[in-house]
Design a protein around this ligand. Structure first.
Ligand code: C2O
Ligand code: CU
Length: 489
C-alpha cells in the first residue's frame, strides 16, 4: 500500500495523485490494514472520497471576488402603484420604482451594487437577492440577517456579486402576498460574453390570480392554497404582458434569460420548431450545453438560452409554450422580420470546471430534511395547516451547520404529496441522486423541484459563511412554516 495514501486529505496532494491517473483508492483502502476495524476503514474511505470530490470542485467558482472599484448606485422604492398588464386596464400592484417587473438591473462582474432602498408599502419588507452570493448581512432575511424595514424606513443594500449570471430579487417578508402583488425585479451580472450576442433579453414569467375586473385577488394564503401546491393563478404573464413579443431578425444569436417569479406555478417551457441550447441554470454556466425543453422552471429557477434564429426564418414566429400541465400554454413569442443578420460566432459560454461528482453517490448524507404538513395546533376541522421541515414549522427550526469549503451533502425527503421547489440561500448545490438513483445534471442550482414522495440528494461546497435560510419557493408553503436555516462555518 502506498504510504502517501494515509495523508491524502489535502486537496493539493490529492490533485497531484489524480493527475498521475493511478488512483484506485477504494481498492487500496479496503485491502489496507488487517488490524483496522471495518468502521475505521469505512471512515477513511469516506474522508478520502470527500477529499477527492472537493478537489474536483476546485475552480468551479470562486471563493471571493476582487471588486473592480466601480460602484453602481441606484435608488429603489417599493410602493403601491398601477400598471397596465391588460390593454386598457389599470391594475393596482405593489412595485419597485413604479414598474412590474421591477427594474432590470444590469451590472458587470466586479461592480459593486449599492441600492438605497425606501419602503413606502403599508407593511414591513426587505429585499432578498435570489441566487446572489452576498455577504450574509445583505441577504434580506428578517430576523436572520436584518431587521424588517418598517413602512417609511430605508435600508442600503451594498455588495459585489461573486458570479456573473441571471439573478432576481424579491421581498422576504410576507412574500406570498408581496411577490404576488408585483414586487420582483431582475439582476443581471454581465461578463464579456453577454455583449457578444445580437440581443440579450430577459423574460420574467409570472403567474397571477386576478379577479374579473383585472385586479390581484386579495385573499392570500387561503386554506386551499396551503393544502395544495400554493397559489396557482389564472393569468400568466411574461414581462407583465399577456402577449410579450421579442422582435428579432433572421441570423441573430440571442441570449434569452428565463426567470420564474411565480408564487407557486411550475413551468416546463419549450420552443416549438426552434432549436435552443441551455447555457446556464440558476445563473451559473453549465458544464456543457444541452437541448432546451425538458427542464422544469420551478419558482425561483432561471434558465439561460442560446438561440440562433435560422437564416430562413424571416416572417416566422416562434412560441414559447409551457408543457408542465395537461394543456400546453403559450407564454411569449419571438417574431422574426427584417434584414438577415450575420450570426455572431463564438463558442457556447460554458464552465468546464463544473464537477461531475460521479463518486458523490458513495458519500454519506450529512443532513436530511423531511418535508411534510400537519394541522396547525388548535385549528378546527377546516383549519389551517402548516408546512414543516423535520417536524418544525418556521420560525421554529432544526439547526444544522455545514462545513465551510468542504464537501457537504443533504437530502430532501418529500413525505407529502405536494411539490416543493427547495431553495438554499447563499450557496449553489448540485443534484446527485433522485430516489437514490444517481443523476448527472451538468450544472449547479440554487433551487430544486422535489416531486411528491420523492427524495433528492444534493451536494455542495459552501464558500460563503453565515446563517442562510433554506425554504420551499412555493411562497405559501414557506409562509406556512416550510423554512429552515443552516449555518456555514
Ligand atoms: Cu427567492 Cu428565500 O428566496
Ligand atoms: Cu412546498
Amino acid at each position: 500500500m502506498a504510504p502517501y495514501i494515509k495523508n491524502i486529505a489535502k486537496p493539493t496532494v490529492l490533485t497531484f495523485i489524480l493527475a498521475l491517473g493511478v488512483v484506485s483508492v477504494g481498492t487500496v483502502l479496503f485491502r489496507g490494514g488487517d488490524e483496522a476495524t471495518e468502521e475505521t476503514e469505512y471512515a477513511t474511505a469516506e474522508t478520502e472520497n470527500r477529499a477527492r470530490l472537493l478537489a474536483e470542485f476546485m475552480g468551479a467558482y470562486d471563493k471571493e471576488i476582487v471588486p473592480s472599484g466601480n460602484v453602481v448606485e441606484m435608488d429603489m422604492v417599493a410602493a403601491e402603484s398601477e400598471v397596465e398588464i391588460f390593454d386598457g386596464y389599470k391594475t393596482k400592484v405593489w412595485s419597485y420604482n413604479g414598474q412590474v417587473p421591477g427594474p432590470e438591473i444590469r451590472i458587470k462582474l466586479g461592480d459593486t451594487l449599492k441600492i438605497r432602498f425606501t419602503n413606502n408599502l403599508p407593511q414591513q419588507t426587505t429585499i432578498h437577492f435570489h441566487g446572489v452570493r452576498v455577504p450574509n448581512a445583505m441577504d434580506g432575511v428578517p430576523g436572520v440577517t436584518q431587521e424588517p424595514i418598517e413602512p417609511g424606513g430605508v435600508f442600503t443594500y451594498e455588495f459585489t456579486p461573486k458570479d456573473a449570471g441571471t439573478f432576481w430579487f424579491h421581498p422576504h417578508v410576507r412574500s406570498s402576498e408581496q411577490v404576488e402583488r408585483g414586487l420582483f425585479g431582475t439582476l443581471i451580472v454581465e461578463d464579456e460574453t453577454s455583449r457578444k450576442y445580437s440581443q440579450d433579453v430577459v423574460w420574467v414569467i409570472d403567474d397571477w390570480r386576478m379577479t374579473q375586473d383585472k385586479q390581484v385577488y386579495e385573499e392570500f394564503n387561503t386554506p386551499m392554497d396551503l393544502m395544495h401546491d400554493g397559489r396557482w393563478g389564472n393569468v400568466i404573464t411574461v414581462n407583465a404582458k399577456q402577449n410579450e413579443v421579442l422582435r428579432a431578425k433572421a441570423g441573430e444569436r440571442i441570449r434569452l434569460r428565463l426567470v420564474n417569479t411565480s408564487n407557486a406555478r411550475v413551468y416546463m417551457p419549450q420552443f416549438k420548431n426552434l432549436d435552443a441550447k441551455v447555457i446556464a441554470v440558476d445563473g451559473m454556466y453549465v458544464k456543457e450545453v444541452f437541448d432546451f425543453g425538458e427542464l422544469e422552471l420551478a419558482p425561483g429557477n432561471r434558465i439561460d438560452l442560446d438561440i440562433t434564429i435560422p437564416k430562413s426564418a424571416d416572417g416566422n414566429t416562434f412560441t414559447l409554450v409551457d408543457t408542465f400541465g395537461r394543456n400546453e400554454l403559450p407564454l411569449a413569442q419571438i417574431a422574426v422580420a427584417g434584414v438577415l443578420q450575420e450570426t455572431p460566432s463564438f463558442a457556447f459560454p460554458t464552465n468546464p470546471n463544473v464537477p461531475e461528482w460521479k463518486e458523490a453517490r458513495n458519500a454519506s448524507i450529512d443532513k436530511e430534511y423531511r418535508l411534510n404538513a400537519r394541522r396547525k395546533a388548535g385549528a378546527g376541522m377546516m383549519g389551517e395547516i402548516e408546512w414543516t421541515i423535520n417536524d418544525k414549522a418556521y420560525p421554529d427550526y432544526d439547526p444544522y451547520t455545514f462545513t465551510y469549503a468542504e464537501f457537504n451533502t443533504m437530502r430532501f425527503t418529500n413525505e407529502s404529496s405536494r411539490l416543493h421547489p427547495m431553495h438554499l440561500h447563499g450557496q449553489f448545490f448540485k443534484v446527485i441522486a433522485r430516489d437514490g438513483v444517481p443523476v448527472q445534471e451538468p450544472f449547479f442550482r440554487d433551487t430544486v423541484l422535489v416531486y411528491p414522495k420523492q427524495t433528492v440528494d444534493v451536494a455542495l461546497v459552501p464558500l460563503d459563511k453565515g446563517l442562510w435560510v433554506s425554504h420551499c419557493h412555493i411562497l405559501e408553503h414557506a409562509e406556512a412554516g416550510m423554512m429552515t436555516a443552516v449555518k456555514v462555518e
